[in-house]
Design a binder for this molecule. Structure first.
Ligand code: ADP
Ligand code: MG
Length: 724
């Protein structure tokens, strides 16, 4: 198809599309966790002793008794067969943001040629996918390909249903033959354990006797775009890189603010219900859905869960959002910035820590000033973000998230903590050395007699902060929409573990000096806020004043691009942090730098190549054709005595020449490959390739507004964002 024929056909396909029938989901009680091998199902099917042993491992992190594996495997298999599964898969999370699975049949051929279904404890507990095709960042040579998956008992097994059949999925960790973590799950579990130990130390010092294991909770708000598949299929950039690398802004974007929280379009609501039904079957507590700010942008947020389970569930949410979109003729884009000029997508990671005995340790209650337990945990977070802010920046660094951070719609790349006025005031008092009280949140009287007055929250929200306290949790708002939440959770748990150990050391040291407990706590808190208070900021994080003040007066890092941020993973103090707490060995950490740096470089190279090819094979031919048509029309008109201004010929040809010249420069830049270090290569991508792509885009987008729409080869912003 030439010119805009593909576009016209796409629009027709969409307009004439038969709506997917609305289905009314089954009641929640019959849907809920029906595809999960829950504790309740284990209790029904396992002998009492075996069940008790597995439950203990799940709830307290006690070591798994391997002798129970055979019994659990048999029960799991029977349940899976009853759900129609013929295969099982160890599911793991390699160092991309993807989910990996290797399927094996339950089938076992007997000597007489008959078959039985077989699934023993050994294969439940351990699998051996060929690890050589997953990124390992130099941990192994390719010939040492062995990688092992090991059953993660803390996350329940489930059935994944697709149109092609059902599979029993077993969450696992993925390690190399030499025992190094090759995945995102292993360090997460280790970080939870380190944080648990440190938190327990602090809780004991505060006089608590009965202390259940402490875990972190995560509730991740997921933003995404939906675009009709007909359009995506004719846009090489969306298809291969997940974002539009070219495309002029439409006359109408998001300036009317008419999409946010607007009525959800019918087609989208049917899609959302389909997604939610699948999530409920998998025991994933989808809780809110709404339109987001940009046209075509939406959000889903589940209720929060323990970090290890929430992480698996978050991966499943991303998978199901994408797979279900295909069924509805849509493409779900999880890229952080699919469209220029309108908001990008993030993933707000709400994070708190707590346990079954002391509850949420980040809940201030009504009078935070007298809640020393809360103040110590909150203070520990403040210290953590101050000391390890660059790490938080590094774990969310990617080529795609660079488009959001600091782009005046998402939080800046400077890591600071927003506390809200009430807590700001309490910490101010601590710094003065004397705590007197908590500012009252107050009552809001709306002046409407029929409406009751209601209590205000003690702190407002601050959309411009990357790390905001929101009542009983912190919200890490700078995480990218397509990223796994594991990296952020690992770094938050680890920095908190380090800080809580420091808190415990500090209190113990004071107590040894003969100080009473209250004064020891106050002294510890005072030292935290005096040393680390510079990271607390309640103002406008988008403002130029903050960017200057943060760096020049407060000494905070402003790591603008992933090329600036990723090398933080190589810093000595980061290596020591992870090593000391047993979360990542130096070799494991180094491998992560290698892998993320490579992914950054590859992402930008793919994009740059796409820009070159779309311009050369799509835009250039269209522009030349238009010029040829225009000039021959103008001269034939002229020979008939009609003299039209030929200025447009000059404008368009000049634009095309500049575009061509930029594309030549970009091609030459892509070809460059001799760099001393990976860091140099990343900087080259950030400082040379990306700006050339941006420059090419300016010229290409301006041609889009100049030449005949009939010839334009790619679906336009207007079509992609507004036709559903
Ligand atoms: P908002 O848009 O106001 O930030 P949402 O309701 O969209 O709020 O999302 C809030 C998210 O925070 C939900 O996923 C919710 O479960 C989660 N959340 C609430 N309390 C906690 C907590 N204590 N720890 C972790 N996550 C929490
Ligand atoms: Mg939020």
């Amino acid at each position: 198809m030439t010119g805009n024929a593909a576009r016209i056909q796409a629009v027709q396909n969409i307009t004439n599309r038969q709506p997917t029938a609305t289905t009314f989901p089954e009641p929640l009680s019959s849907l809920w966790a029906s595809d999960v091998f829950t504790l309740a199902k284990m209790k029904e099917s396992l002998p009492k002793e075996v069940f008790k042993s597995v439950k203990k491992t799940i709830e307290t992190g006690a070591e798994l008794d391997v002798s129970v594996a055979d019994v659990v495997a048999a029960a799991m298999k029977d349940w899976a067969l009853s759900k129609g599964a013929l295969y099982y898969a160890h599911v793991f999370y390699p160092l991309t943001n993807a989910t990996a699975e290797k399927h094996d049949g339950f089938i076992s051929v007997q000597s007489d040629g008959s078959v039985i279904s077989e699934f023993g404890g050994k294969v439940l507990v351990q699998g051996e996918p060929d690890g050589s095709s997953f990124p390992n960042g130099g941990i192994r040579s390719t010939f040492e390909a062995r990688g092992y998956t090991a059953w993660d008992v803390t996350s329940p097994a489930f059935i994944m249903n697709t149109d092609n059949g059902s599979t029993l999925c077993i969450p696992t960790v993925f390690v190399s033959w030499t025992g190094e973590a090759l995945d995102k799950k292993t360090p997460l579990l280790r970080s939870i354990s380190a944080m648990n130990k440190a938190a327990t130390r602090v809780l004991s010092l505060l006089g608590n006797k009965d202390i259940a294991p402490v875990n972190s909770s995560c509730g991740a708000e997921q933003e995404y775009f939906l675009v009709d598949a007909n359009f995506v299929n004719s846009r090489p950039d969306l298809l291969l890189s997940g974002r539009t690398l070219l495309g002029a802004s439409p006359a109408k974007g998001q300036q009317f603010d008419d999409h946010y929280f607007g009525a959800i379009p019918e087609r989208i609501q049917i899609y959302m219900q389909d997604v939610e039904e699948q999530l409920y079957r998998l025991g994933i507590p989808a809780k809110t859905r709404h339109n987001e700010v940009a046209p075509g942008q939406f959000e889903i947020a589940p209720f929060h869960e323990a970090a290890n389970v929430a992480t698996d569930h978050q991966q499943l949410i991303m998978t199901i959002l994408k797979n279900t979109a295909k069924k509805h003729g849509l493409v779900c884009l999880l890229h952080e910035k699919p469209f220029k000029g309108i908001n990008g997508s993030g993933k707000h990671v709400n994070w708190s820590v707590g346990n079954a005995t002391q509850g949420n340790l980040l809940d201030p209650g009504h009078t935070p000033h007298s809640n020393t337990q809360f103040l110590l945990f909150c203070g520990a977070v403040i210290r953590g973000v101050h000391k390890y802010g660059p790490l938080l920046r590094a774990v969310i660094a990617s080529a795609s998230n660079d488009h959001r951070l600091g782009a005046n719609e998402a939080p800046p790349a400077i890591m600071s903590v927003y506390l809200g006025s009430q807590l700001d005031n309490v910490f101010e008092q601590i710094s003065q050395g004397k705590i007197t009280g908590s500012l009252n949140a107050g009552i809001m009287d709306l002046g409407i007699s029929t409406l009751p007055t209601f209590n205000k929250d003690a702190g407002d929200r601050n959309r411009t902060s990357p790390f905001a306290f929101t009542g009983n949790r912190f919200e890490f708002r700078a995480v990218g929409s397509g990223q796994s939440v594991a990296g952020p959770l690992v770094s938050m748990n680890t920095m908190l573990a380090d800080s809580l150990n420091w808190v415990a050391d500090s209190i113990e040291a004071e107590l040894t000096k003969g100080t009473d407990l209250d004064s020891a706590i106050l002294a510890t808190l005072k030292e935290i806020i005096d040393t680390h208070g510079a990271v607390v900021f309640g103002g406008n994080g988008y403002s130029a004043e903050w960017h200057k003040m943060a760096v020049e007066e407060r000494g905070l890092a402003n790591l603008k691009t992933a090329a600036d941020a990723l090398p933080v993973l190589k810093e000595k103090y980061i290596e020591e942090l992870f090593d000391k707490l047993g979360v990542l060995s130096p070799v494991e950490l180094a491998s992560r730098f290698e892998i993320y740096a490579e992914q950054y470089i590859l992402a930008i190279e793919v994009e740059a190549k796409l820009v070159v090819s779309m311009v050369k094979t799509g835009i250039y031919p269209a522009a030349v054709k238009y010029l040829a048509e225009l000039s021959s029309t103008l001269s034939s008109l002229k020979s008939n005595g009609i003299d039209l201004d030929a200025g447009r010929l000059t404008v368009i040809s000049a634009g095309l020449n500049t575009l061509t010249a930029t594309i030549e420069k970009l091609s030459a830049a892509i070809a460059q490959h001799d760099f001393e270090t990976v860091e140099d290569h990343m900087q080259f991508c950030a400082k040379t390739i990306r700006p050339l792509m941006d420059e090419a885009r300016v010229y290409a987008d301006s041609l889009e507004t100049e030449i005949s729409d009939e010839l334009w080869p790619f679906p336009t912003y207007q079509e992609m964002l507004f036709i559903k």
